[in-house]
Design a protein around this ligand. Structure first.
Ligand SMILES: Nc1nc2c(ncn2[C@@H]2O[C@H](COP(=O)(O)OP(=O)(O)OP(=O)(O)O)[C@@H](O)[C@H]2O)c(=O)[nH]1
Ligand SMILES: [Mg+2]
Length: 358
C-alpha cells in the first residue's frame, strides 16, 4: 500500500514523516523544495498478529506494512509542471494524505501566505481538477486525431465516452472520485491515475496547544466529503526521541491513546476500504491486506497465483472465535471450523488455509 504525503510548502509533511518512520530528515523552514520524495515503510503492528504469533510460535511473523512517500510541497507556484517526476510519483500512490498547516508561524505566513486550511483545501481540489482536465482533454484530442485516421476500436470508444463524462464532471468543478463510472469505463481510464480520483485524507497539522480546538474546521472539511483528522506534527516528532514510558505520559496529556503510526496506518486502511486476513502455521504467521468485499479465491491469489488458479476451498475460522475458544482443536469440535467456497466474502480477521490443486 503506497500512500503519498502531500501538501503546500512547509505544512509539516517531513516532520510528520519523521514521526511516522522515526526518521531524521531535515525540516528546515528556509530550505528549497527537495527534488525527490522520502520513502519509508511502516509496519502495521496489528496486535492480533502478535497474539497469533505467541500462539503458533512460527519461525517468521510478518505484519502488513504501509509505504509512506513524503513529497515536497506542490501547487504553490504558477507554471509548475504537472508532468514532472514529482507529480508522477504522487500519482503512482494509491491514496493521498493532504497535510495542511494549522500551526501559527509568522515567518511562514510571510513566505507562503496565511490562508486558512479550508481555503488551501479548496485550492488543492481546484488544482487537482485542473490537472486532470488537461490530461483528459489532451487524450481526447489524440483520440479524435486517431478517428480521422480510421483508428476506432470499441475499446477506444469506451475510453472516449468515459473521458467525455469525466471532462463534463470536472468542468462542473467536481472531483472524479465523486463520479460513478461503469466498471469498463473505470478500467479504460485507470492508467491516467487521475489526481481527483484518489481517496484523500486531510490532516490538520497544528501546534500542541491548539490540538483540541480544531473541531469546527474538521467538521467543515468532513462536510465536504473528506476524512479529516488533527495532528500535532512537531509534538509527534519530539515523542520519537523519548523513552516509551515518557512518551506515553505526554500522549496521555494530549488525550492520545495510540501512536502516530498506529493512528495513521489505521486511517489509511479506512481511507482505502481495506482490511486484513491472516495465515497461520509453524513456518509463518502473516497478515494480508485485501479490499473489503474480496472473495476467497481473490484473497487466495494475494498469497500466490497458484492458490487462486487451483483453488478448491478455504478452511476458515475467525480470529475472535479462536481467541474465545483457545485453540483450533476446540473450534473443530464445536463446528466453528468452516469450509468455504470461491465466492465466500472474506471477513476482517479471518484465518484462512487454502486447499488447492495445480
Ligand atoms: N509549530 C509547529 N511547527 C511545525 C510543525 N510541523 C512542522 N513545523 C515546522 O515547519 C517547518 C517546515 O516543516 P517540514 O516538516 O519541513 O515541512 P514540509 O511540509 O516537509 O516542507 P516542504 O517539504 O519543503 O514543503 C519546520 O520549521 C518545522 O519545524 C508543527 O506541528 N508545529
Ligand atoms: Mg518536506
Amino acid at each position: 500500500m503506497k500512500i503519498a504525503l502531500i501538501g503546500p510548502p512547509k505544512s509539516g509533511k517531513t516532520t510528520i514523516f519523521n514521526a511516522l518512520t522515526s526518521g531524521d530528515h531535515p525540516t528546515d523552514k528556509y530550505a528549497p523544495p527537495a527534488d525527490e520524495a522520502n520513502i519509508g515503510i511502516v509496519q502495521v503492528l496489528d496486535e492480533r498478529i502478535t497474539r497469533l504469533s505467541e500462539l503458533y510460535k512460527p519461525k517468521k511473523t510478518i505484519y502488513a506494512n504501509v509505504e509512506f512517500h513524503d513529497f515536497p510541497g506542490i501547487f504553490a507556484r504558477e507554471g509548475e509542471n504537472p508532468e514532472s517526476a514529482i507529480y508522477s510519483g504522487i500519482k503512482s500512490c494509491e491514496a493521498f494524505v493532504l497535510i495542511l498547516r494549522a500551526f501559527g508561524d509568522s515567518e511562514l505566513d510571510q513566505l507562503y501566505g496565511d490562508d486558512p486550511a479550508l481555503k488551501v483545501l479548496s485550492h488543492f481540489e481546484d488544482e487537482m481538477i485542473l490537472t486532470d482536465m488537461v490530461i483528459a482533454e489532451k487524450r481526447i484530442e489524440k483520440i479524435e486525431l486517431g478517428y480521422k485516421r480510421g483508428v476506432k476500436t470499441p475499446a477506444i470508444q469506451i475510453e472516449e465516452k468515459a473521458l467525455r463524462r469525466i471532462i463534463e464532471h470536472l468542468q462542473a468543478g467536481q472531483s472524479i472520485r465523486d463520479l460513478d463510472l461503469a466498471i469498463e469505463e473505470e478500467k479504460a481510464v485507470r492508467g491516467f491515475q487521475f489526481f481527483s480520483a484518489k481517496p484523500l485524507l486531510t490532516l490538520l497539522n497544528c501546534s500542541e496547544n491548539s490540538f483540541n480546538d480544531q473541531e469546527e474546521t474538521l467538521q467543515a472539511i468532513r462536510n465536504r466529503g473528506f476524512m479529516a483528522e488533527v495532528i500535532a506534527g512537531k509534538f509527534e516528532q519530539e515523542l520519537v526521541g523519548l523513552e516509551p514510558e515518557e512518551a506515553e505520559l505526554f500522549m496521555a496529556d494530549m488525550g492520545l491513546e495510540m501512536s502516530i503510526r498506529d493512528r495513521l496506518t489505521k486511517l489509511c486502511y479506512d481511507l482505502l476500504g481495506v482490511h486484513s486476513f491472516f495465515t497461520v502455521g509453524e513456518d509463518e504467521v502473516r497478515a494480508w491486506t485485501i479490499e473489503k468485499g474480496t472473495n476467497a479465491v481473490t484473497a487466495a491469489g494475494k498469497i500466490h497465483s497458484d492458490l487462486a488458479r487451483g483453488f478448491i476451498r478455504a478452511e476458515c475460522f475467525n480470529y475472535d472465535e479462536l481467541m474465545a475458544h483457545g485453540s483450533e482443536k476446540v473450534l473443530r469440535e464445536k463446528g466453528l471450523f468452516r469450509l468455504e467456497g470461491k465466492d465466500y466474502i472474506v471477513k476482517d480477521g479471518d484465518i484462512l488455509n487454502i486447499r488447492f490443486n495445480v
